[in-house]
Design a protein around this ligand. Structure first.
Ligand code: COS
Length: 377
């Protein structure tokens, strides 16, 4: 067992830290307030090789290892979790293609993300199917060498900016539930994209809905075989969840640093509030839980890197880190007192951003379902 990062990982983390300090922290508040999509930041991230983190080098990605991916996601998220979420949207949409796609699909669609500078969206959730994936109603029928796709998706990261969607659909005429994964080009007739959602947090990230009306998707755009879609999507989530853990650690770290600094400057009863044990205990708990969350993230990322992803360890990491982010950001607001509730200070944004990490990519209740299934089987 070795807790040391490699020299390369240390250098990548330093690059991401410097970028975040210079290019994200100064603009995070502005993008949050304006609910604007930070294209300029994404472009700069592309230029320095900190974008499309899951895409291998042969398809134009940075080809970083999974620990490095977690380090970068944590750093970007420390600056702005909305920006980190939109970045990781491109990772999430890559996983099904990397897991089950043909060489041609990888070249075309991973290439669109990298060489083409495009976004793509992992499209799973529906108005009536969130946690319960297998109840989804988006459906396909085969006609000649095409699938006819109908249905709706919602809460889709980057939907409004994406060039293609990786969609899970069920076979309309099948008695048992059969699911197939398809790559759907945005410019196909019958694809429409709804308005951007107005969110509590992650306001720099765009979230939208999709509608498919008799969309003719070529059979060559199917990922894997018919009926393999559910497993491909579940495997993709097993790759994505450790990175939600990393993103949550970044939020917690940002709020912790802000609260620590503030506690040393803010004076009450004639001394900095950091001198009071009530504040010290909160700071100690924050540091302890962030470190524990980070270690779970590293372990889950390490397993991904070994090619042995563990949905259970990934669920531990996602669940523990996001609960930690919520607790740490809430305590950070408490340490800031009344100022914590004011938008001129940074911690209320961390708290708003933290909340979604307990919900998206599988609620923390679903993470516990995943854990318990494995533990009890
Ligand atoms: N890797 C490979 N296969 C997997 C898998 C994984 N990580 N997870 C499940 N599967 C397989 C199962 O082995 C099972 O295969 P068999 O039918 O051959 O046995 C199949 O998929 C169905 O699995 P299961 O019975 O567990 O499916 P459920 O319908 O009970 O759903 C949960 C399982 C609840 C865990 C799943 O629906 C889920 O993850 N929901 C949350 C979805 C989510 O994260 N949404 C957020 C939006 S996406 S950003």
């Amino acid at each position: 067992m070795d807790f040391q990062l490699s020299d390369e990982q240390v250098a990548i983390r330093a690059l991401a830290k410097e970028f975040t300090n210079k290019e994200i922290l100064p603009v995070a508040k502005k993008y949050d307030e304006e609910e604007a999509f930070p294209e300029e930041v994404f472009q700069k991230l592309r230029e320095i090789g900190l974008f499309n983190l899951a895409v291998p080098e042969e398809y134009g990605g940075p080809g970083v290892d999974k620990i490095s991916q977690a380090l970068i996601v944590e750093e970007i998220s420390r600056g702005c979790a909305g920006i980190a979420t939109s970045c990781e949207g491109n990772s999430l949409v890559s996983y099904p293609i990397i897991i089950g796609g043909t060489e041609e699909q990888k070249k075309e669609y991973l290439g669109r993300l990298t060489y083409g500078g495009q976004f793509g969206s992992f499209s799973l959730t529906e108005p009536e199917a969130g946690s319960d994936v297998s109840s989804l109603s988006t459906n396909i029928e085969i006609k000649g060498d095409e699938y006819i796709l109908n249905g709706e998706k919602m809460f889709i990261t980057n939907a409004n900016y994406s060039n293609f969607y990786v969609v899970l659909a069920k076979h309309k005429d099948s008695i048992e539930k059969r699911f197939t994964a398809l790559i759907v080009d945005r410019d196909l007739p019958g694809v429409s994209v709804g308005e951007k959602e107005k969110k509590m947090g992650l306001r720099a990230s765009a979230t939208g809905s999709l509608r498919f009306e008799d969309v003719r998707v070529p059979i060559k755009n199917r990922i894997g075989n018919e009926g393999e879609g559910f497993k491909i999507f579940m495997q993709a989530l097993a790759y994505g969840r450790p990175m939600v853990g990393a993103l949550s650690v970044g939020i917690a770290q940002g709020a912790y640093e802000a609260a620590l600094n503030y506690s040393k400057e803010r004076k009450q009863f004639g001394m900095p509030i950091s001198q009071f044990q009530s504040i010290q205990f909160m700071i100690a708990d924050m540091a302890m839980n962030i470190e524990a969350a980070r270690l779970l993230v590293y372990k889950s990322a390490y397993l991904l890197q070994q090619g042995t992803p563990s949905p259970t360890i990934g669920a531990f990491a996602k669940c523990f880190a996001s609960d930690t982010a919520m607790k740490v950001t809430t305590d950070a607001v408490q340490i800031f007192g009344g100022n914590g509730y004011i938008r001129d200070y940074p911690v209320e944004k961390y708290m708003r951003d933290a909340k979604i990490t307990q919900i998206y990519e599988g609620t923390n209740q679903i993470q516990r379902v995943v854990m318990a299934k494995e533990i009890l089987k």
